[in-house]
Design a protein around this ligand. Structure first.
Ligand SMILES: Cc1cc2nc3c(=O)[nH]c(=O)nc-3n(C[C@H](O)[C@H](O)[C@H](O)COP(=O)(O)O)c2cc1C
Length: 456
């Protein structure tokens, strides 16, 4: 059997993910493997037709394609994203159609399920027969138990391909909003007061609705507001995953990204992020924007900002994309709102955009950020533990930030709860005491709020 591995790591062969592929290769040497470093070689694949054709012919000859990639900002790297875009742009879907596919990722499990949902949906759109995913924590291969698990996964995968098992498509084809947005003339601008607004778009003329939506929004913000096109920012390339920024937040790139982020986005109170759907995500330009913000590590660099996502395309049919954006905002301590062009007519979209603009200003003036949800609560614990532990050497800037901002909030440090537990847990072993506590559980749970409510 021929297994073509599409390597999504910008690092190429010397990547954590490729160690997992090497392990599979060693355990199943009877198969032929071809590893294509499509993320590392993305510039070449964009420019060199021969290299592109060779890659596509390799995919065409595969019995199975393994999407093998590191997680980058809840999805895949911008370079990998660009490769996927190229398959559609250059109409090479036929090289993938009918072939079995599976995905393998390495990460620290921060939203790994979203990345695999993305690859699953892309595989469905390419007409591939997607068999499932394996999501490894980056150090799993060091554990005997996890090696056995990976071996079982690969064995089951190979058997499924050999037996030509039938596979059901899970993601229905996307249906784009048919309506062309023509903004109305009447508009009551809320102004921005003292708040600073930045509209960030990747508009390249291919989505008239996107351009019309951002124009309408810009008129809404009559105060301090600016529209910036990501294509006009001097960004030389996607994150290379070198992690050198982890030491002191200095990126190895010397382009305009870091200055743009610090001077344009950080001072803003309200940031509109406007883009259109490309395959099952936004564009690779947007992905590049998110990936490059890694120079600030795992710190909430835009904490407290109001974020308005303005999306052209079928966002409502891609729950994993909406979740990725909402989770990114929540995890960063922001407040996210969404408007898309999935509407019945221009009047409705006018009203939605105007209402969002007004709400963003109102929330910014009130300083309102909603309580964090599981995205941020869970995400914080994953980052906190990693930065305190295994990632600390590489991410010393994060470590300093977490320490200075009290973010190493392990429960072991909560002395009051520890004392309470130390006294009450032994008492709970006494049947009579336990019976009394459980009989009055509702009151025990609500008692601490009594004083707050009396004083409110
Ligand atoms: C820019 C960047 C973004 C990342 N984003 C995530 C993420 O969202 N979730 C996660 O669990 N790990 C994330 N990681 C960690 C990598 O997925 C992990 O280190 C991976 O094993 C690297 O694999 P590689 O050496 O094959 O590139 C990120 C790393 C980088 C450099």
């Amino acid at each position: 059997m021929k297994i073509v591995v599409l390597n999504g790591s910008p690092k190429g062969d010397i990547s954590v993910t490729m160690q997992y592929v090497a392990f599979i290769r060693k355990k199943f040497p009877e198969h032929r493997y071809e590893i294509l470093n499509v993320a590392h070689d993305i510039r070449k694949l964009e420019k060199d037709t021969e290299a592109w054709n060779k890659t596509i012919e390799s995919i065409r000859s595969a019995d199975m394609v393994l999407w093998a990639f590191p997680l980058y900002y809840l999805v895949v790297s911008s370079q990998y994203k660009r490769f996927i875009e190229l398959i559609f742009e250059r109409k090479a879907q036929d090289a993938c159609a009918g072939t079995y596919a599976a995905s393998l990722s390495t990460s620290i499990h921060f939203f790994d399920q979203i990345a695999h949902a993305y690859i699953h949906a892309v595989s469905d759109d390419l007409g591939m027969k997607y068999l499932g995913f394996y999501s490894a924590e980056m150090r799993d291969l060091l554990s005997d138990e996890e090696r056995k698990r990976l071996e079982k996964f690969a064995s089951l995968l190979i058997t499924a391909v050999q037996e030509k098992v039938p596979v059901q498509r899970e993601n229905a084809p996307l249906v784009w909003p048919a309506h062309t947005y023509v903004p109305g003339k009447e508009q009551k601008s809320p102004g921005t007061g003292t708040k600073k607004v930045v509209i960030l778009t990747d508009s390249d003329g291919s989505s008239p609705n996107l351009a019309a939506m951002t124009d309408r929004l810009l008129k809404n913000f009559s105060g301090s507001s600016e529209m910036i096109n990501l294509h006009d920012v001097n960004i030389k390339g996607g994150c290379l995953g070198c992690c050198q920024c982890g030491y002191d937040n200095t990126c190895v790139y010397t382009d305009g990204y870091a200055d743009f982020f610090k001077n344009k986005l950080v001072p803003a109170d309200i940031i509109i992020m406007a883009g259109s759907v490309h395959d099952r995500y936004l564009s690779s330009a947007w992905k590049q924007f998110f990936d490059r913000s890694f120079f600030l590590g795992h710190t909430p660099a835009l904490e407290g900002r109001q974020i308005g996502f303005v999306i052209a395309g079928p966002l409502g049919q891609i729950p994993s994309l909406k979740e990725a954006l909402a989770a990114w905002a929540d995890n960063g301590g922001c407040h996210a709102q969404f408007v898309t062009d999935e509407v019945s007519g221009s009047g409705e979209l006018d009203a939605l955009l105007d209402a969002m603009a007004a709400r963003l200003v109102r929330c910014a003036e009130a300083g309102y950020i909603p309580p964090r949800t599981f995205y941020a609560i869970g995400g914080h614990k994953v980052f906190r533990d990693s930065i305190y532990g295994g990632l600390r050497i590489a991410f010393q800037a994060d470590y300093r930030y977490y320490r200075e901002h009290g973010m190493f909030d392990f429960p072991q440090g909560d002395l009051k709860t520890r004392l309470f537990n130390a006294v009450l847990i032994p008492l709970m072993r006494i049947p009579g005491f336990r019976k009394k506590v459980f009989a009055d559980m509702k009151h025990h749970m609500t008692a601490p709020f009594g004083q707050v409510l009396r004083n409110a």
